[in-house]
Design a protein around this ligand. Structure first.
Ligand SMILES: *Cc1c(COP(=O)(O)O)cnc(C)c1O
Length: 428
């Protein structure tokens, strides 16, 4: 059987398949580099698991208070070892990335403290956590103020602005690694290290926290290797490897993690409680697979960038630049293009492939949003997913793919739709 046969059965035309194959061939050296990073990170995780003496007794479920939950403590030791942290909280009780970030911030800030973001506006959901948008229970309501220094026009750090923004009240510096759904560049771990070194030179006692969402295992280093005090992320993104059905993590300096733990459970209780409810096996197995899953998602992002860039669409990051997270933006310029793209991603899914995504009014958005996701875990964005608001430049934000082959099919399917509707023309 020829490879194309199965693609034909899945609705991909010969022309689209051949165009994709040409691009895939050119990307071979980059894919090999991604595989080498995955190999390195796979061994880093494996080493952490061996050192923590992971055993099948750790897969047993605990209930209730979760005292002496050996599995939970081992999962946290594995995260701590793999990320070079003194301590970690890895819990199903951290219900999302936003929640984990809220716990890390509110656990480590006190009334009168100031929080500083030296990298511009944080991820949307954090605006309400911080109180940038007035919100019930925000840090602002608890007397924590917020200051922000934007990146300069060219994406570089505004060092003078940052120096001027650090006061006696500044307590914690939050650095978002991924651009998320913003247009600034994603920060490499090396650049995060430069920023932390600058901040610590001014005030060595400042806590530097990195929002690590979408960045885990994209590089060989993580932010704790370059001076961060805490990293925070979601288990339904990279480090859950697609298997964690819920969860978040906070890893870093022992005292920071301890303070976060008293906020997560209760003062006096901290890390000692919190049953793992039988999820330790998924957490460990997902973490074990994560470096390879992230590699697949990265290949998909780079493939999509190259597929669409050469057809004249704006893509961020572009087809050739280095990657520091798994998010890809493609701007279609017209609503029909965005919709056709999302329909293609949905049609390629293992779950709900027969469903047609439609633009819809969503809370928190001023225009309809279209979302494509046929995921095993609701809202999981390490699984192949795409969404975008119905407004210029009609950009799709695309991420994930538990396997590279699935990401590839999704992208070809999206292109097939665009070509069929006359919204994209293949080179002859
Ligand atoms: C996804 C994300 C969050 C929030 O995580 P949720 O699990 O969606 O709450 C925060 N910051 C960044 C950079 C993210 O990508």
């Amino acid at each position: 059987m020829e490879d194309y046969d199965i693609y034909q059965k899945l609705g991909i035309s010969r022309k689209v398949y051949d165009y994709g194959s040409r691009i895939e061939k050119e990307l071979k050296p980059r894919f090999e580099e991604i595989d080498r990073t995955a190999e390195y990170n796979q061994l880093r995780v494996l080493k952490a698991m061996q050192e923590a003496r992971v055993s099948d007794i750790h897969f047993a479920a605990t209930t209730g208070y979760g005292y002496n939950d050996l599995g939970r403590d081992t999962v946290e030791e594995v995260y701590a070892r793999a990320f070079h942290a003194e301590s970690a909280l890895v819990r199903p009780q951290l219900i999302s990335g936003t929640h984990a970030l809220h716990i890390a911030l509110s656990g480590n800030l006190r009334p009168g403290d100031e929080l500083l973001s030296p990298v511009g506006k944080p991820y949307d959901t954090l605006e309400e956590v911080i109180g940038i948008r007035p919100s019930c229970g925000s840090l602002r309501e608890y007397g924590v103020t917020y200051r922000q220094v934007d990146l300069k026009e060219d994406g570089s750090f505004d060092y003078d602005g940052i120096r001027a923004a650090i006061t006696d009240r500044t307590r914690l510096v939050t650095i978002q690694r991924s651009k998320g759904y913003d247009s600034r560049p994603t920060l490499s771990v090396r650049r995060i290290g430069e920023l932390i070194a600058f901040v610590k030179k001014i005030r060595p006692d400042l806590i530097c926290m990195v929002d690590n969402c979408y960045g885990e295992f994209v590089e060989r280093m993580e932010p704790l290797d370059v001076g961060a005090d805490m990293i925070v992320g979601s288990l339904i993104k990279n480090p859950g490897g697609g298997l964690a059905p819920i969860g978040g993590y906070i890893a870093g300096r022992k005292d920071c993690i301890e303070r976060a733990s008293f906020r997560l459970s209760a003062p006096g209780l901290g890390k000692e409680v919190g049953a793992s409810l039988g999820l330790n096996q998924s957490f460990l197995q997902g973490f074990f697979l994560s470096p390879v899953v992230v590699a697949g998602a990265l290949k998909g992002a780079i493939y999509a960038a190259n597929i669409y860039e050469r057809l004249g669409f704006e893509v961020v990051p572009n087809g050739s630049e280095s990657r520091h997270d798994i998010i890809q933006m493609v701007a279609f310029g017209k609503p029909e293009g965005l919709i056709a793209f999302c329909k293609g991603i949905q049609a390629a899914a293992p779950v709900d492939s027969f469903v047609t995504p439609e633009p819809w009014d969503m809370p928190g958005y001023d225009v309809p949003v279209i979302m494509a996701a046929g995921a095993f875990v609701q809202g999981s964005s390490i699984e192949l997913s795409a969404d975008g608001p119905l407004k210029p430049p009609y950009a799709a934000y695309f991420q994930g793919g538990l396997t590279w082959y699935h990401a590839k099919l999704g992208i070809l399917k999206s292109l097939e739709n665009l070509v069929a509707e006359g919204l994209a023309a293949l080179p002859s």
